[in-house]
Design a protein around this ligand. Structure first.
Ligand SMILES: [Zn+2]
Length: 440
């Protein structure tokens, strides 16, 4: 690193007031009367927020580009410009009734980190990038295109409430016809670290330590169909019923039991029946058919296999007992994504050095980081969410935690700057070595 000493780096800290002012300024774009925000991807609010963030990036000495997938990339040049970048970032788009922290916080903490480096004249070896991913909340088109995983059929992204994806992307600076050009690899990206609000209650319940994310859980979704027999609720004796709802209720309890299991590696899993449709859904008729969803998540694939295996065994018993036919059909499968162990350790070490208590936990929500993990080393930092609330106007993280998280991000990237070697450094060393050898 140039123009700095070990001592200044050790005491380096972001400007917390400036970070919180940026948070407030972005929160004002698409603000809702109750303190929340609505900044849907590709909307005028999304575009306005990105333009504002672009100005801050430029003020921090970053070069800003927008790739074909409309990812906005602020790049703070390193001492070795051809070295792969150390990147951070998140998203500025929101769900319809959002809080002001989800996504935006990770972006602005990254921008504040760059502004701090710029103010202090610190030039890391690697370029530092802050990425604003396009449309995280609905299609994840930005991170998927960057990872080479985007579906190239625009119809795939069709939605009655949204403009065609080609139009949306173009509106914020992307170019659908060049989408594949957004793809990157380890030659360009050495590592990606995303800082995010937890969006769950675990850290707060533990006394609000910082979160060391162990990975992003795998998610499996199933459609469970129960076929019984619809008949008269008055005239059908209890012993002669094939009540699909009774079977469904037992399945809900079985799912909950499996979700609550502890010991034997269990304890981090979650299991939910979130939607149920019964027919005929009439007060005086025994339900003949129930369709319900099952969502299970865990960091470990074998445990997910075991959970669904256990449920299948219970379902056989429930079907026989209720005289119904039950089918479980897989509908969605997202693999668990562990974080890179070196990045995890670097974050843990930084928390230790900054004397900030930290706790390991998995992420149970999706993030751009899990997509980017397929092309480079990935890590994640969480800060506590008050009441565990997110995707809601009442989402809140204290300024103190916001600033602490940004400092962890700053020092983690500086640590990673020392860990990853730059191609130019290697070449320079090799030249020195060969010169020394020729002298001998
Ligand atoms: Zn998010």
């Amino acid at each position: 690193m140039l123009n700095t000493t070990v001592a200044t780096v050790a005491t380096l800290a972001v400007n917390g007031d400036r970070l919180m002012q940026m948070m407030a300024d972005v929160a004002a774009i698409g603000s809702l009367p109750n303190g929340g925000v609505r900044r849907l991807a590709f909307s005028p609010e999304d575009r306005e927020a990105r333009q504002l963030v672009q100005r801050w990036m430029e003020a921090a000495g970053m070069t800003v580009t927008i790739d074909a997938a409309a990812n906005m990339i602020g790049r703070y040049e390193g001492r070795f410009p051809h070295a792969p970048a150390l990147a951070t970032g998140s998203h500025l788009d929101t769900v319809p009734n959002a809080g002001i922290y989800d996504g935006t916080y990770g972006v602005l903490a990254g921008v504040e980190m760059a502004r701090t480096l710029h103010d202090q004249g610190i030039r890391p070896d690697h370029p530092i990038e802050v990425i604003v991913f396009a449309d995280e909340e609905r299609t994840m088109i930005g991170s998927k295109a960057m990872a080479g995983k985007a579906k190239l059929d625009p119809n795939f992204y069709e939605h009655p409430n949204y403009e065609p994806i080609e139009i949306g992307l173009k509106y914020i600076g992307g170019n659908w016809s060049q989408l594949t050009s957004a793809q990157r690899d380890t030659d360009g990206l050495a590592a990606f670290v995303e800082l995010h609000v937890e969006q769950g209650p675990v850290l707060e319940a533990a006394g609000s330590p910082m979160g060391l994310v162990t990975g992003i859980v795998g998610q499996r979704r199933y459609l469970i169909t129960i076929d019984g027999s619809a008949s008269h609720a008055g005239t059908t004796p209890m012993t002669m019923r094939q009540d699909a709802m009774v079977a469904a209720s037992q399945i809900v309890l079985a799912v909950n039991r499996i979700g609550n299991k502890t010991g034997d590696g269990y304890g981090e899993q979650v299991a939910t029946v979130g939607s149920m449709k019964l027919s005929p859904n009439v007060a005086n008729t025994i339900p003949g058919r129930v369709e319900m969803t099952l969502d299970i998540r865990d960091l470990c694939n074998q445990r997910l296999d075991a959970m669904i295996g256990e449920l299948q065994d219970e379902v056989v018993a429930i079907a026989s007992q209720t005289d119904t036919q039950i089918q479980i059909k897989p509908q969605l499968r997202n693999e668990p994504v562990p974080v890179n162990s070196h990045i995890y350790n670097a974050i843990a070490q930084v928390c230790n050095e900054l004397e900030l208590p930290a706790q390991a936990l998995p992420s149970r929500a999706s993030h751009d980081a899990q997509i980017i993990a397929s092309i480079t080393d990935m890590g994640m930092i969480f800060v506590p969410s008050q009441g565990g609330i997110s995707h809601s106007e009442t989402e809140y993280t204290s300024p103190e935690h916001c600033v602490q998280g940004a400092n962890i991000l700053l020092h983690t990237l500086l640590k990673l700057d020392q860990h990853y070697r730059c191609p130019e450094e290697v070449t320079a060393e090799e030249i020195t070595t060969s010169k020394t050898e020729s002298k001998v």
